[in-house]
Design a binder for this molecule. Sequence first.
Ligand SMILES: Nc1nc2c(ncn2[C@@H]2O[C@H](COP(=O)(O)OP(=O)(O)OP(=O)(O)O)[C@@H](O)[C@H]2O)c(=O)[nH]1
Ligand SMILES: [K+]
Ligand SMILES: [Mg+2]
Length: 399
Amino acid sequence: MGIIERIKEIEAEMARTQKNKATEYHLGQLKAKIAKLRTQLLEPPKGSSGAGDGFEVTKFGHGRVALIGFPSVGKSTLLTMLTGTHSEAASYEFTTLTCIPGIIHYNDTKIQLLDLPGIIEGASEGKGRGRQVIAVSKSSDIVLMVLDASKSEGHRQILTKELEAVGLRLNKKPPRIYFKKKKTGGISFNSTLPLTHVDEKLCYQILHEYKIHNAEVLFREDATVDDLIDVIEGNRKYMKCIYVYNKIDVIGIDDVDKLARQPNSVVISCNLKLNFDRLLAKMWEEMGLVRVYTKPQGQQPDFTDPVVLSTDRGGCMVEDFCNHIHRNLIKDVKYVLVWGTSARHLPQHCGLGHALHDEDMVQIVKRKEKEEGGRGRFKSHSTDPARISDREKKAPLKT
Ligand SMILES: Nc1nc2c(ncn2[C@@H]2O[C@H](COP(=O)(O)OP(=O)(O)OP(=O)(O)O)[C@@H](O)[C@H]2O)c(=O)[nH]1
Ligand SMILES: [K+]
Ligand SMILES: [Mg+2]
């Protein structure tokens, strides 16, 4: 029997099983079995190179956003409108057959937007081009789930289920469960609060299913069996997702209002070019990018060319900023001056561990050459930017 058939069989058994206190251990075990099979399903088939299907698009810009949705919801129309890159749009389904990248210029940053083929129910099990589409979505920083506002609300749930089946978790935080496999000592099960979904016996059973007999488990929240399985599997990807309801030109204002009030949702119309600014603002907000402007001594920074940092990728400390400019810069940095909302006073003298905010301005003050030799009498603790060496004045920093 193939993996998919086995999943289907267990799902059928779960559907037959009544949910109550007596069956919860058995159901938990079945959930773990399914999770293990789905992980197997994600492993590339033996002997495949995995290359050459036209879906590998080089990353470009400061972030990557994937357009995911059923066929003909308007993904390609949206890509063309937001990026100017033409992607074929038509009234028939599966117009787009590959991954088409475009660039959004927003807030002096460049965001790569990816148009993708439509996916359908069963995509996670390999229907259509589902597997490739999902692989590309996993490589992006956030997902825009494009939905047809005139179609069933159920589409959002179906797509979410498909993405969950391959380990994507949308708009969720990783469960607060500490889990560590050990070599010996059995299972130690603890929690910092009363648990209502999982008890020691259930946890043992799930771990047993994974053939784990020595481990430390600490629940820091009232998590579910599914959360526990996610933590044990350890391969989940937690991503932000914006639900984009397109084609609001064909529905009534009351329905538009209802959709617009849902969490993480933006309503748009490509036909009427409606609400793109709101969509872009929301996208920007969710990406959490931090623009930092380099201020050369005695000059204004170049406000069109920020260093772009991200908490998810690499971090937003002064250290990350310096590494971004040059790999070897860090050892020459004496301190930095920071202007902006992260600074308590303007400018603030900060060390490498200072966390920068979006639109901060930074001036790097380097060590003097004499200091580098460690000769104490030349060490200056002055923080007066006016006393920076001539060498530094002559060589303004480049970003
Ligand atoms: N009424 C209306 N129709 C739209 C809107 N946006 C797109 N469409 C139409 O919807 C149809 C599908 O658009 P596409 O951009 O091809 O959709 P897609 O999601 O890329 O489709 P696939 O590539 O086949 O998955 C086209 O006929 C578009 O003209 C809109 O805002 N309102
Ligand atoms: K289409
Ligand atoms: Mg398309």
